[in-house]
Design a protein around this ligand. Structure first.
Ligand SMILES: Cc1cc2nc3c(=O)[nH]c(=O)nc-3n(C[C@H](O)[C@H](O)[C@H](O)COP(=O)(O)O)c2cc1C
Length: 369
């Protein structure tokens, strides 16, 4: 069997997983306009569990009815009706033998579609790089965001905590806090989007403060026995090449502080997860493992099973998350285990919209052809 070490069980804090294959979080803008999960989403998520993934991480779920929503048709955990709509999704994954973690996401300044608010808010009123994503129904440059007040920061923290509690009530096996990819928590971490002069801006430890406070509040809401993870990246959806200025010193501080907050796992994502994080030396996942004290999920172009298994064998990661590969092969782990061929990623699954209806139409067309 190829990559046999990825078929060994692993624990994320109190959560035992059957293997080390993880579905990466992927926004599919396929909820109702009210942010409720649908039967189509339940089928989509259950397929990954049936296909052998030990853990499924959901798409980024918005946390409050203020500034957190990033995309129209994004699902939420900001209301009890949204929580209840997740129950069949969770039950479907469990019935197929898998585990499912809810990714909690606040879009902050890069929100491009919010049913609850007409303006976007982030750490500072700074025009963001990049353009809105058309496959999530966006167009043109990002709106100029407004700087959050201290009361709005407190409300955002409370939103994460309340959403985490709803996730636990819906039956999820844990939550992952989206601290990566240029969304709110990463906007606070990043010098050029965080120009604040209060206790949430300035030195790295202060820019990390919001992330740590969100972990603390979530932990208090859900209790010690419920897994809490944290996703970290350098690159951003609107700024792929961003690198931490302090290199390994920054990584040491970030991973130590997040682990101690405390969390149950770190999830790092880079374009190519095995590459040195800073030109030379260890990858970001390996640095998370070195300076953090919790298991590490590595993500980013890990579609060669031998390479994925190598990262785990060398102690650079504990689990491997796949994004695009899982979209074209919901049964990726089974195929690897049985030595079956893997489908190439088909980008038409995400075009013109990255939603499930579009992907289902594409699959039906390909099956007929
Ligand atoms: C359609 C799509 C949606 C995504 N949405 C999210 C998201 O909601 N949250 C997140 O943390 N990452 C998101 N990502 C990033 C993936 O989790 C992953 O980091 C990226 O696809 C690289 O991994 P891969 O090389 O295995 O595809 C998304 C990626 C894709 C392709």
């Amino acid at each position: 069997m190829k990559a046999s070490n990825l078929f060994e069980p692993v624990d994320l804090g109190p959560l035992r997983l059957a293997n080390r294959w993880v579905v990466a979080p992927m926004t599919r803008v396929s909820a109702t306009i009210d942010g409720q999960a649908t039967p189509r989403m339940a089928r989509y998520y259950a397929d990954f569990a049936a296909g052998g993934f030990g853990l499924v991480i959901t798409e980024g779920i918005y946390t409050d009815r203020a500034y957190s929503q990033g995309y129209l048709f994004q699902p939420g955990l900001a209301a009890d009706a949204q929580r209840d709509a997740w129950r069949p999704v969770v039950a479907g994954v469990h019935a197929a033998g898998g585990r499912i973690v809810a990714q909690l996401m606040h879009a902050g300044a890069i929100s491009q579609g919010n049913a609850h608010r007409a303006v976007a808010k982030g750490p500072s009123a700074v025009q963001l790089a990049g353009v809105q994503m058309s496959f999530y129904r966006g167009e043109g440059p990002y709106r100029m965001p407004e700087a959050m007040t201290l009361a709005e920061i407190t409300a955002a923290i409370d939103g994460f905590a309340a959403a985490a509690l709803r996730a636990r009530e819906a039956g999820f096996d844990g939550v992952e806090l989206h601290g990566a990819n240029g969304y709110l928590l990463d906007q606070f971490l990043t010098e050029h989007t965080n120009r604040r002069e209060d206790g949430y801006g300035g030195a790295l430890v202060q820019r990390l403060r919001l992330g740590v406070e969100v972990i603390t509040a979530v932990r208090e809401a859900v209790g010690a026995g419920f897994p809490v993870g944290y996703r970290v990246s350098q690159g951003k959806v609107n700024d792929f090449g961003h690198k931490w200025r302090g290199a390994e010193a920054d990584a040491a501080l970030v991973f130590r502080a997040l682990s101690a907050a405390p969390i149950d796992y770190l999830h790092t994502t880079e374009f190519e997860a095995w590459q040195p994080a800073f030109g030379e030396g260890p990858s970001l996942a390996a640095l998370a493992r070195r300076y953090g004290s919790v298991p590490v999920i590595a993500n980013g172009s890990l579609h060669d099973p031998a390479r994925a298994a190598g990262m785990v064998a060398r102690g650079e990661a504990d689990l491997i998350a796949l994004g695009r590969g899982a979209l074209s092969n919901a049964d990726w782990p089974r195929r690897v285990r049985d030595g079956l061929p893997l489908e190439e990623f088909d980008r038409a699954l995400l075009s013109p919209l990255a939603d499930l209806a579009n992907a289902d139409r594409r699959r039906a067309r390909t099956a007929r052809a």
